[in-house]
Design a protein around this ligand. Structure first.
Ligand code: SF4
Length: 385
């Protein structure tokens, strides 16, 4: 079994190359791809329109291996959170968020994360490893077909995917790309580029690669108006500072499926949430605007505190006042609704319970003691979902 190929690791082009190695034509790869992704099949014997000889070859050389769910938490508001086992004591999370006009799945790209953002539970766990393409797409494969079975229908349930779960997707680019292509493929999940969003903390060179290879919608975790503050909240800023990041956003816009970039901004009490911070953001956005049109939108995210963060959620009046400064300056701004509060849809928290990467927690605690003012604690998810 170990030497067989997991067919979830392939986009259609990769599957065609695999079928070619088996002496099979490309249209067989398309059939196989449709069985796996559109019909949720894992058993080659089910794939009755494939020649028996091909099914026999596949049973020797291939497998369709998803992820094992460790737990499922259902919220009263319809949000579902799964925790999947990825081996060696690691686990990753996927969250389904139903809304009136869409069903969104938030997908993880890494077990843990090396970026180490101060307000992120996943960042506090440190980095274990990249997920394979198969492990990324298996989250969608599992969720889509679970939801269809539950609805008793063959209709598509998940209309949007956001790569905003655990991990920095652009630090796992080689495995991310075939997964994105499978999401977009008409023989796979058939999602439009506008409905697949990659969220990045600002890996500038890979933003440029993505623009060329697979320009889906882009969200950027900004969280601060100045390098001094962002260096502290998003350590990757020391490598790719704000001006460089915003110029990369402008380059991405030339290829993006939407005419704006979304900036995520996690509202942290007394840290980045004052009217002065908002005014600095306005100045920043204006400085980088090309032409007069809207080129970015802000999504203000209420922070869900967790025990190790030492940070607090901004009061809602503070969030509203901050939003008003942006709106008055003509910048489209929304405040994210919290979802799944009763199941603790906090990114990285369930997985953190599975594996405590203590040394990282210690390192971040040390940083905190010398950088941002310490405050009390609570629980939650601080990534757009
Ligand atoms: S916010 Fe994203 S990039 Fe930052 S530590 Fe969390 S998972 Fe990593």
């Amino acid at each position: 079994m170990q030497s067989t190929a997991n067919l979830l690791d392939f986009d259609l082009q990769g599957l065609a190359a695999f079928c070619d190695q088996l002496g099979e034509k490309r249209f067989r790869a398309t059939q196989l791809f449709r069985w796996i992704h559109q019909r949720g099949a894992a058993d080659f014997d089910q794939m009755t329109d494939l020649a028996k000889s091909l099914r026999q070859k596949l049973s020797v050389h291939a497998r369709v291996e998803g992820l094992r769910p460790i737990s499922q938490h259902d919220s009263a508001d319809g949000t579902i959170k799964w925790l999947f086992d990825v081996g060696d004591g690691n686990a990753v999370e996927a969250v389904y968020i139903p809304e009136d006009d869409r069903g969104t799945l938030c997908v993880s790209s890494q077990a843990g994360c090396a970026v180490g953002c101060r307000f992120c539970s996943t960042g506090h766990q440190g980095f274990s490893r990249n997920l394979s393409t198969g492990e990324i797409i298996a989250q969608l494969w599992y969720a889509e077909h679970f939801l269809r079975r539950r609805a008793g229908s063959d209709e598509r349930v998940i209309s949007n995917v956001v790569m905003m779960g655990m991990g920095e997707p652009l630090q796992n680019y080689a495995n991310l790309l075939p997964a994105l292509r499978t999401m977009l493929d008409d023989h796979g999940y058939g999602l439009s580029r506008r409905r697949v969003t990659v969220s990045t903390s600002g890996v500038v060179p890979m933003m440029d690669r993505l623009a060329q290879d697979c320009p889906v919608a882009l969200a950027v975790s900004l969280h601060a108006p100045s390098d001094v503050l962002r260096d502290n909240l998003v350590p990757l800023n020391r490598k790719y500072p704000i001006d460089e990041l915003l110029e990369a956003c402008n380059r991405y816009l030339e290829f993006a499926p939407r005419d704006f970039i979304t900036f995520e901004y996690c509202m942290l009490d007394g840290v980045n949430d004052t009217a002065e911070h908002a005014r600095q953001l306005v100045e920043l956005v204006r400085r980088h605007a090309r032409g007069t049109g809207v080129w970015c939108k802000f999504n203000l995210i209420p922070f869900n505190p967790f025990p190790a963060s030492g940070l607090l959620r901004s009061p809602s009046e503070q969030v509203q006042a901050f939003a008003k400064v942006l709106l008055d300056a003509g910048i489209v701004t929304t405040v994210r609704k919290t979802r799944g509060d009763d199941i603790d849809a906090a990114c990285g928290q369930l997985a953190g319970d599975v594996k405590d990467r203590t040394r990282v927690a210690e390192r971040i605690a040390q940083q905190r003691s010398i950088e941002i003012k310490p405050v009390a604690v609570l629980t939650g998810n601080n990534k757009e979902a």
